[in-house]
Ligand binder design. Structure first.
Ligand code: AMP
Ligand code: MG
Length: 413
């Protein structure tokens, strides 16, 4: 049996991503922006808020007209008017000793610098109020540009847009933004034994799990999955499926199954046969996930993923996800949380290979550490996957971990 090309470490594998560059930019409406990655810094085109606003219902004043007042010696101010919501406060100008009624969010009148809460006032007659508490200049006011000054950078290139980011953009009157295109990811499941999940099972057949799983993983990582269905273990069929994927055009092609060195494992040969491809890796010294292939054609990445769904998921999180993130402009990081945990039991491992052990996390209370319990099972079993919260890392130079040892765990998103 022919062996692997040459096993690379996970960090060597990730170093190949240097060869890929982020996709082009496109303009989109902010309503379509959730989760997208900004392709440019966004400076504020106008100050936010656009004018100085009251943060309370009350009376706009010149702060010094309230200095020294108290419950027993209230300041008396003349009501010059009321600033209705949506009306410009600047139409009114306060003279010394004057005040204006104002509501939360209303624009301060000219010559006022603070607002007294209505709770600390009493209206004596139709044009006079008493004030029982002094205010300092700026009190109960958000000044124009206090949130964002005109020209200041509000959001930065490479940032993933969250609901609050989109809200700020609409507050600034920005309705279109430039984002990186989302990688289009073609998914091909290979295997003579596979049938679609909605078809009856014939003897010897199993249902295709990888297409559904990988499509969801792609979405979770900000890509757009395009499923090309099941392809039998035939060189020509697999080759044609890859050509079809490149014609979409896909930015990434994922073939699962057939990536090892068995009699009908054609992925490597297929990827080599496609014109203009460069083979970067065949085999990674990790477990699970050793039979992983990476090839490149221009800026398109073609992956051969292990057929076992448990292994395919690990390889996806470790390698495909960071590449998708790089293509979508957010940098080739995992984009997953890492936590420290204590091993609940001894975990064996061999030197020379990185292990990614599925673990369930028992969260520690305040002051007590998290514990990670390994969930073992043959690589063909699905049950451990359902129960796991993440992957505990055992590096290649460590021969297993004792019970109670500290380890790092990558949490599933
Ligand atoms: P392979 O890498 O093609 O040797 O596949 C390894 C194992 O994963 C075999 O038991 C396959 O039946 C299984 N497998 C491969 N592809 C899929 C798939 N799409 N859905 C479920 N199981 C699969
Ligand atoms: Mg197969």
């Amino acid at each position: 049996m022919k062996g692997f090309f040459q096993l690379v470490s996970s960090s060597e594998f990730i170093a190949f991503f240097e060869k890929f560059h982020p996709l082009q930019e496109e303009m989109i409406l902010i309503n379509d922006g959730l989760g997208r990655i900004l392709a440019q810094d966004i400076p504020a085109p106008e100050p936010l808020p656009p004018f100085s606003r009251s943060t309370m219902d009350g009376y706009a004043v010149r702060a010094r007209n309230t200095f020294g007042c108290s419950e027993s010696e209230p300041a008396l101010l003349k009501i010059a008017g009321e600033i209705a919501m949506g009306q410009s406060g600047q139409l009114l100008s306060l003279e010394n000793g004057q005040t204006a009624a104002i509501w939360t969010g209303g624009e301060l009148p000219q010559n006022s610098d603070a607002v007294v809460m209505v709770e600390y006032t009493n209206q004596l007659d139709s044009n006079t109020i008493e004030i029982f508490r002094p205010v300092a200049p700026g009190e109960n006011v958000i000044r124009s540009g206090e949130d964002f000054e005109k020209g200041s950078v509000v959001l930065t290139k490479g940032q993933q847009l969250r609901p609050q980011d989109l809200g700020v953009l609409s507050g600034l009157g920005i309705s279109q933004i430039s984002v990186f295109k989302q990688p289009v990811v073609a998914i091909i499941s290979t295997g003579d034994e596979l049938v679609e999940p909605d078809k009856p099972l014939a003897p010897g057949k199993i249902r295709d799990i990888n297409t559904t799983t990988i499509a969801a993983l792609v979405k979770e990582s900000g890509g757009v999955p395009v499923s090309l269905g099941i392809v039998s273990d035939e060189f020509d069929k697999m080759f044609d499926a890859c050509i079809k994927a490149l014609d979409i055009p896909a930015d990434v092609v994922l073939l699962s199954g057939g990536s090892s060195v068995g009699r009908k494992d054609f992925t490597l040969k297929v990827l080599e046969k496609i014109g203009g491809t460069e083979l970067l890796a065949h085999g990674v010294s990790i477990r699970p996930g050793k039979p992983t292939i990476l090839a490149k054609k221009e800026n398109v990445a073609l992956f051969g993923l292990p057929g076992h769904v448990g292994s395919a998921i690990v390889v996806f999180y470790l390698f495909v996800r960071p590449l998708l993130r790089k293509l979508s402009g957010s940098g080739a990081s995992l984009g997953m949380q890492r936590i420290q945990a204590i091993t609940a039991e001894q975990i064996p491992s061999v030197i020379g290979r990185e292990d990614f052990v599925r673990v369930a996390i028992e969260w520690g209370d305040y002051g007590t550490p998290n514990t990670a319990k390994p969930i073992y099972g043959k690589s063909g079993l699905l049950n451990p996957l359902i129960r796991a919260d993440g992957l505990l890392i055992i590096d290649r130079d460590t021969e297993g971990l004792d019970q109670g040892e500290k380890a790092e765990v990558i949490l599933f998103p």
